[in-house]
Design a protein around this ligand. Sequence first.
Ligand code: GDP
Length: 361
Amino acid sequence: GVSEETSGRSEYNLRSPICCIMGHVDTGKTKLLDCIRGTNVQQGEAGGITQQIGATYFPAENIRQRTKELKADANLKVPGLLVIDTPGHESFTNLRSRGSGLCDIAILVVDIMHGLERQTIESLNLLKMRNTNFVIALNKVDRLYGWKACHNASIVKAMKEQSRDVQFEFRTRLTQVVTEFKEQGINTELYYKNKNMGKDTFSIVPTSAISGEGIPDLLLLLVQWTAKTMAARLAYSNEVQCTVLEVKVVEGHGTTIDVILVNGELHEGDQIVVCGMQGPIVTSIRALLTPDPMKELRVKGSYEHHKKIKAAQGIKINAQGLEHAIAGTSLYVMGPDDDAEDIKEAVMEDMRSVMGRVNKC
Ligand code: GDP
């Protein structure tokens, strides 16, 4: 074990939780991501939201601003929330970081008009298998007949504005969904009534990805709950935990890997070991890249260079010899005292487990 001092671990020094969006096709996963990312951007108050490689970063301050009416505790404890941009399968089924799932928490999206569907149940099984916590976004509430739009309002406030008929239809459909989850062995409850959250009852947040109702509730729930219940997992550590999302050829940069740095810090020049088709790839980081934050000016392939980057973040890494790197595996940093053979062995172990999963699919 690494001592608390050398690892930098402490309950006061938490990294941002990493969140994935899952659910059946057409339930609104992409739209929901656009909505949580875009509403404020369009109003010219992006509030520090940054587009990263493979992910979007929401600083805690931005979330606090957007959830004012919910009277959140001023101290959210985590620096922000990192949401993986590719909703759906890959980020969950194959991607992991050293033995545990890449995501600390997931949003399971369910269409209120359709209830549980085939891929909802598949996602649910994955979540159970990985023992990953999740919140349910019961999306498309605006499709309830006669819904009165209350743009970006908390769901409690929006619900009060609705007619009796809408409220009745909502309750009927909610009850149906709760029953369907029960049939899958999962207890669920509206989030603001859920006293057993995190114990044995999962929370439901009604949302609309079109008019934004319930989005503040969803964001706040994600950061508050992760900070409260996952302090140990989210403790910042100097030990690098990093997962390869994608291997890409980029003009002017050659073959690069897009990674999610889950914990620790990466530096230009770090010796790294990545899993390759023909065995472990030992190389050194030539460049640590993030998208240029000046979005309007962003030319395709315009990146900012960093000497070092601290978790949790989405990063593009440029290094020699990455052509045969394999997505879904872990990246290791070689320390001065590390034995190269041990690390190579760990890397290949990782690959065997990823391949094992691929073959089963
Ligand atoms: P995905 O396949 O889960 O990523 O679903 P999309 O985000 O692509 O959404 C599928 C369709 O549902 C699109 O036509 C969206 O515009 C629509 N949609 C998504 N969310 C909502 C919502 O909250 N309300 C309504 N009315 N339509 C939505």
